[in-house]
Design a protein around this ligand. Structure first.
Ligand SMILES: [Zn+2]
Length: 75
């Protein structure tokens, strides 16, 4: 594993969530163009991230929220 592979592993989460500075983004993107392993890893990690973010956008039905609020008020 090269130092650039380690760099990708150390920063992939911030890269995927858009929290990496532009210099580091460039380093990640330059590396994945020449390293198929990191390209595949980053693609899979991004897919998991996107699915997770999608799940967080599911809202509970109003009836469920109302039931939970009623239960909380009884406490
Ligand atoms: Zn690599």
């Amino acid at each position: 594993m090269s130092p650039d592979c380690v760099f990708v592993l150390d920063h992939y989460n911030d890269y995927i969530s858009g929290e990496l500075d532009s210099e580091k983004v460039t380093r990640v993107e330059d590396h994945i163009r020449v390293c198929p392993n990191c390209e595949v890893f980053l693609g899979r990690a991004a897919a998991v991230h996107n699915r997770t973010v999608g799940l967080l956008r599911i809202h509970a039905p109003a009836s469920l929220r109302s039931s939970i609020s009623s239960l909380i008020e009884k406490i």
